[in-house]
Write a protein that binds this ligand. Structure first.
Ligand code: HEM
Length: 128
């Protein structure tokens, strides 16, 4: 995902699996005691679309995210939410459950997993 990584994620995982990944992640949100309260209950579908479009764009798929939302600026967009290690770890846990259910090529899955974990750490904005 970074310049040093083989950028095979999109080629190996593809649009359909990335859509499934984000759907599997968001299915867990409404009942999650830590993350559930952070997400807009009336616009979970929209939130799912935003994360899905971001990931597709970020791994070299369709650039719809850029077209509709502009530059990601993820730190800025997460500033309204209190994200400590607790929220970060739960986000990563739910994403790992979704990744495990994916049945995608192991190498590309690990590259994607590392990117998601590192980005989640980067988004911590509150001490414990
Ligand atoms: C560290 C834990 C995280 C928490 C607690 C968190 C929480 C949230 C919340 C509450 C939203 C608003 C939902 C909405 O779109 O209406 C959001 C949006 C978003 N998140 Fe996260 N997030 C986390 C990590 C990540 C990571 C790791 C990524 C990317 C790999 C990511 C990408 C996004 C994107 C693209 C949006 C939509 C931004 C926009 O266009 O407005 N988030 N997140």
């Amino acid at each position: 995902m970074s310049a040093a990584e083989p950028s095979d994620v999109f080629a190996e995982i593809g649009t359909e699996r990335l859509v499934q990944l984000v759907a599997a992640f968001y299915r867990q949100i409404p009942t999650d005691d830590v993350l559930g309260p952070l997400y807009p209950p009336e616009d979970l579908q929209g939130a799912e679309e935003r994360l899905r479009d971001f990931l597709l764009f970020r791994v070299g798929g369709h650039p719809r995210y850029l077209e509709t939302r502009g530059h990601p600026r993820l730190r800025m967009r997460h500033a309204p939410f209190r994200i400590s290690k607790k929220e970060r770890d739960r986000w990563v846990d739910l994403m790992d459950v979704a990744l495990t259910s994916l049945d995608s090529p192991p190498h590309a899955t690990e590259v994607l997993r590392r990117f998601l974990h590192e980005t989640a750490t980067f988004l911590i904005n509150t001490p414990d």
